[in-house]
Design a protein around this ligand. Structure first.
Ligand code: SF4
Ligand code: SF4
Length: 136
């Protein structure tokens, strides 16, 4: 399985070699996409993690034991798609191609699994339909 998560570190866990341990002990493939973290402060990582089911369960157990919070990244994306008018402004800034216009219908297509939390869509949308929560 392969999925993006936001990992949140408190002051105790921020200095632990968490990503190293996950790779070494549980054979997790980790791609760090975004980081806001520094020594002695709480911090956050957006990571894509890939492993089989058994190792992912061990990974989550390790994170629980080390008081590192993890949430699926998609849970931190708020998009009021029902109000969208398909103007396309957000697609022009979304370099990750999480937001695209269908070439035939010209309707907005949203692919949250591709989002990299750059937050550019929050300013590009004239209706303010996006809320991207990373540092929470
Ligand atoms: S935050 Fe918005 S613009 Fe940035 S990748 Fe995600 S959907 Fe695209
Ligand atoms: S900018 Fe806002 S209204 Fe325009 S297509 Fe994107 S989400 Fe819809």
């Amino acid at each position: 399985m392969k999925k993006k998560y936001i990992l949140s570190f408190n002051q105790d866990s921020v200095n632990k070699p968490v990503t190293y341990d996950l790779i070494k002990n549980f054979d997790i493939k980790i791609n760090i996409i975004k980081a806001n973290i520094s020594a002695d402060e709480a911090g956050h990582l957006l990571v894509e993690m890939e492993a089989d089911q058994e190792n992912m369960e061990k990974c989550f157990q390790y994170l629980d034991e080390n008081r590192v919070e993890y949430v699926p990244a998609e849970n931190r994306i708020i998009f009021d798609q029902e109000k969208c008018v398909d103007c396309g402004s957000c697609t022009a800034v979304c370099f990750a191609e999480a937001l695209t216009l269908d070439p035939e219908t010209r309707e907005l297509q949203f692919h949250p699994e591709k989002c990299v939390f750059c937050k550019l869509c929050t300013k590009a949308c004239p209706l303010g339909l996006f809320e991207i929560r990373f540092n929470e």
